[in-house]
Design a protein around this ligand. Structure first.
Ligand code: NAP
Length: 280
């Protein structure tokens, strides 16, 4: 039997409906999210438009600021400082990739942690270790949400996370650890990846290498969350998991596109409402 598809678009739609209801409790008080980008990257433009559409649906005002190419780190940080001081701005989002010469950590650290709706400020990252962070990193929260949506019991489950980046792999591992699953994190130093992936009840892959994981690396019935986004030479977007060979083996599988991505955007909006003071 093919894997049950974890339809991120549907899950995100349900989330946005809940968010819209929660947002309505604030009445006419505006909730503003400001996106800051240096230059105009066409790939990012599609992403920003999707974010804007989703924000509008929830009742969040998304303001888009494009700073000129050549903007220095100090100028970007100064702009963030202005946004930190604007009381009507609930959330600040810095679009990536940032141009060479700008340190993403310095930029993220400049955002007021209470407005850090991407959940990447060191204070919010650190809060993950205390369980229930107010503003968790969006992609990690999305992966967690999709896993919980299956109704699987995470306690004692063998969970393998492939990829250990600060913004995706590591926070996912910690969030899943809080559910008392037994978490293994694989990375470039892992000796034999397949030995780990084959025993995973829950497998989360966040690397950025198309086709890294094949069906013969999966435990039958496993829940597979594919975070990867890769663009082929033909422009097609694929994940890190080979869908055709994995679908007949896995129990649950997220498609790419249409899996983790839309839920990540919904989590960004949830964080924005939380930053605006709504308990959701
Ligand atoms: P990243 O910073 O490049 O991290 C990739 C991680 O994969 C690193 O920890 C790297 O380890 C590890 N890795 C590289 N080759 C590996 C291999 N052969 N086996 C095992 N691990 C390996 O990327 P990221 O920001 O975490 O993003 C990962 C992917 O998720 C990308 O495709 C990105 O586009 C996608 N993404 C999707 C969403 C979404 O909403 N769906 C959001 C964010 C990111 P080392 O550091 O040791 O080299």
């Amino acid at each position: 039997m093919p894997a049950q598809l974890l339809d991120g678009k549907k899950v995100a739609q349900q989330l946005r409906e809940r968010l819209r209801e929660a947002r309505a409790t604030l009445g006419s008080r505006p909730v503003r999210l400001v996106s800051v980008e240096i230059g105009q990257n066409p790939a990012a433009a599609v992403y920003v438009r999707n974010q804007q559409r989703a924000a509008l649906e929830v009742g969040i005002d998304m303001e888009v600021t494009n700073l000129p190419l050549g903007t220095k780190e100090s100028e970007l940080v100064a702009r963030i400082g202005e946004l930190n001081r604007r009381p009507e701005v609930a959330g600040i989002l810095v679009q990536r990739p940032l141009p060479p010469g700008i340190d993403p950590r310095a930029v993220q650290s400049a955002i007021d942690p209470h407005k850090d709706v991407e959940g990447m400020h060191p204070a919010n990252m650190g809060a993950i270790l205390y369980r229930e962070p107010l503003l968790p990193p969006c992609t990690a929260a999305a992966a967690q949400h999709l896993i919980l949506a299956t109704g699987l019991d995470l306690r004692g489950a063998e969970t393998v996370v492939v990829g250990h980046s600060e913004i995706v792999g590591k926070p996912i591992a910690v969030l899943l650890l809080h559910h008392l699953s037994t978490v293994t994190v694989c990375h470039i130093g892992t000796r034999k990846l397949v030995d780990h992936t084959r025993r995973a009840d829950i497998l989360v892959v966040a690397v950025g290498k198309a086709g890294l994981i094949h069906g013969d690396m999966i435990k039958p019935g496993a829940c597979v969350i594919d975070v990867g986004i890769n663009q082929g030479a033909d422009g097609r977007i694929t994940g890190d998991v080979d869908f055709a060979s994995t679908s007949p083996v896995a129990g649950y599988l997220t498609p790419v596109p249409g899996g983790v991505g839309p839920v990540t955007v919904a989590m960004l909006l949830r964080n924005t409402l939380r930053a605006a003071g709504i308990a959701i």
